[in-house]
Design a protein around this ligand. Sequence first.
Ligand SMILES: *Cc1c(COP(=O)(O)O)cnc(C)c1O
Length: 353
Amino acid sequence: MIFPDCRADLALRDGYHSPQVDVAVRLNTNESPYPPPEGWRRDLASAIENVEFNRYPDRAATRLREALAGLHQVRPDQVFVANGSNEVLQSICLAYGGPGRRAAVYEPTYALHSHIAHLSSTEVVQGTRRDDFSVDVDQVADVTAAARPDITFLCSPNNPTGNALPAVSAAEILELSPGLVVLDEAYGDFADWSAISMVDDEVPLVVTRTFSKTWSMAALRLGYLIGPARVVASLERVALPYHLDALKQIAGRLAVAYGDEMRRRVAAIVSERRRLQGALENLDVDVWPSEANFLLFRPKSRKGDEVWHGLVDRGVLVRNTSNWPSLPAGCLRVTVGTGTENDAFLSALEETL
Ligand SMILES: *Cc1c(COP(=O)(O)O)cnc(C)c1O
């Protein structure tokens, strides 16, 4: 049998993977270490009783969008929801990218921005961050003037480095961008400010958020975007009919009522992050400041790869970013876990070093 080939340009691209290893302490994918609130589980269980499973769900996800609009003090027509914020990013690339169009990224940053752009045949224009991982607005101005990107991706706090984009830089970049500016705030709840306050129907800015990190609901696959109503309308054109199932719409809507519990979790993680940062500063590693729920660090006298293996041997999995082309060689990224998990990580690291 002769088999058809898939698109030739896909052969060059590996799918996106974070290798899972069966260990006790998993600190590699930036999820919340806490389960979601008990009350939410109960609400969800009883709401499921009333789902009309024989019917398609509400295509407009009306009640979920109303709840999210209330949470962020915007209008429901300024909210787009999808199956994880990665699907939001994909919808952006489908609607605003595509053949003959360009997306700008500033590395090192979230790998999925360029990956999804490539998948949608959007040309990727790559700028670089400064040595301290801050975005150089002058460089953004140069890249933008030369390439006229249709989409500019920014991430704040930035994955995998942890630093946030200052509000002034966001405003300056918005000012000079000819296309859509996408601020990925997957970790926005951990940071001091959010660009959601800058969203306006007349400003080409969208902010993406997810239930995967702060909300303790990574299994749900729910993400959303806050942006101008006309952008939301364009994204709805590329979404498949009934793309958001009924259970997800209910689960997300019910979650919004647990904002206080979410903020308590965020506060606990931020305080653990500070403790972890302090402890790492006393070990033989460089560690970068972070406003997210993870820390980027680099062993000073050992290879990153060796340290990663040493940690796995001791039952602790962190993200092996040691060979990422845009990061300094030998970096590793650790998600902030529970106090017990962080202690396990610290003692495994100390032994390995
Ligand atoms: C984890 C992450 C996402 C993915 O979110 P999902 O909602 O789980 O798809 C998006 N952006 C960044 C920067 C992330 O780190």
